[in-house]
Ligand binder design. Structure first.
Ligand code: PLP
Length: 402
């Protein structure tokens, strides 16, 4: 066997040419080289996980403007820990009972139009979701999906938090939701997993008063795929840490991580918490710290411009095919990046769905965006492609429409 083989060749697993973006099922992002180096180096020595988390805490609080920060095994795990922190607070007994919530205020109010597949992660953390609002905005009838009074009316004795999915189109504005929640002493959890770039969004949600915010480490930050960032109020991050860090410890010899929690303030050692199955290794924490430092230094306007240029080049080449109607879709409600929108003229006998599926069955697998494939459309997102990948992808796409 040649030493030139890649790990994927040795494992006989096809690689993916990624024209979709940072999707978990096709492995998120390409980690920054320095982050991968940091993981390799980090793997060679022991370090205490709570010391690493304390170090990450400093960086994340600087980067986000939040009081504290913590590294999770993804933004979704961050949502579980956020819910658990809002429900349990400093109560060690509540921590040990979660996700069972009998007798605990465990309701999390969430506008119905913010509900999404990741809210399961809040439920894993013990949240009983309470929906408010409807989808009237989509009727074009002139009314909103959710009124502030509806959120306010749903808050009561059983409420642990309000949850908010941050997207450029989500309503009501976060600052108004925060105002209502805080008037009732209820914290607000914000899912901003994919809202980077721009990097200024690291501070945006904390800036308008969100109590806990999650970001993915394996999307724009380009850290390890299985990392996330939880940023927020010091007392809530303390609760999250106590429910996450391995707790097989003896009180007499338990040494506090300086800025996460103080053992002397606790009645004893907590039990292994709800977060324990979502553990984060030393390699992931050093990888995330390294990637986040680089993300903060990066000129994100230049990165967006590079993506835009790549999208233009891809679009120009796809226009060679007469069967394809190609346009550039500006940064949209779900993406900060320009992408290429392609409509297939069915006349050559190949439908968009057939081509998209055929591409996925190739080796390497070629992925283009298929959200509107049943309307004869697919998209190409430039952010996870090199220029060589982009050329290869275009060649493969064109081969279906010659
Ligand atoms: C990607 C994403 C998540 C999950 O993030 P992970 O880091 O993969 O756990 C949660 N919510 C939204 C809106 C996302 O886009």
């Amino acid at each position: 066997m040649s030493e030139q083989q890649t790990i994927y060749e040795r494992l006989d697993v096809p690689t993916v040419v990624n024209g979709v973006g940072t999707k978990t099922r096709i492995s998120g992002t390409l980690m920054r080289e320095q982050a991968a180096d940091a993981m390799r180096e980090g793997a060679e020595q022991f370090a205490r996980i709570s010391d690493l988390q304390a170090r990450a805490n400093d960086l994340i609080s600087d980067a986000t403007g939040a009081e504290s920060g913590y590294v999770t095994s993804g933004a979704a795990a961050g949502l579980s820990l956020a819910a658990a922190a809002c429900i349990a607070g400093d109560d060690l007994d509540a921590m040990s009972r979660l996700p069972e919530t009998e007798g605990l205020a465990s309701e999390v109010v969430m506008p119905r139009t913010h509900r999404n597949g990741y809210d399961h992660a809040l439920r894993v953390g013990g949240a009983d979701l309470v929906d408010v609002g409807n989808s009237d905005y989509d009727l074009g009838s002139g009314s909103k999906n959710v009124e502030l009074w509806e959120i306010e009316a749903a808050i009561g004795e059983e409420t642990a938090a309000v949850a908010y999915m941050a997207k450029s189109h989500t309503q009501p504005p976060l600052e108004e939701v925060v105002e209502v929640a805080h008037a009732h002493d209820v914290p607000v959890i914000v899912d901003a997993a994919a809202e980077l770039p721009p990097k200024s969004n690291l501070e945006k949600y904390t800036g308008v008063g969100a109590d806990l915010v999650v970001f993915s480490g394996g999307k724009a930050v380009r850290g390890p795929q299985s990392t996330g960032i939880l940023a927020g109020r010091q007392d809530l991050i303390r609760s999250a840490a106590l429910q996450h860090i391995d707790m097989h410890a003896v009180e007499e010899v338990w040494v506090s991580p300086h800025n996460l929690f103080d053992v002397d303030d606790l009645p004893g050692v907590p039990r292994q918490g709800l977060g324990r199955p979502m553990k984060v290794g030393k390699e992931e924490i050093v990888g995330l710290i390294t990637a986040l430092e680089l993300f903060i230094e990066e000129d994100d306007t230049a990165v967006l411009a590079e993506w835009h240029e790549r999208a233009e080049r891809i679009a120009d080449r796809l226009r060679e095919a007469e069967a394809l109607d190609v346009s550039l879709a500006d940064a949209s409600k779900t993406e900060a990046v320009t992408s290429v929108a392609v409509t297939v003229d069915e006349s050559p006998g190949v439908t968009a769905a057939e081509a998209v599926r055929g591409l996925r069955e190739e080796s390497p697998r070629v992925y283009v965006g298929a959200d509107d494939v049943n309307d004869g459309q697919f998209t190409v997102n430039p952010r996870c492609l090199t220029d060589d990948d982009a050329d290869y992808l275009v060649d493969r796409v064109l081969s279906y429409f010659e």
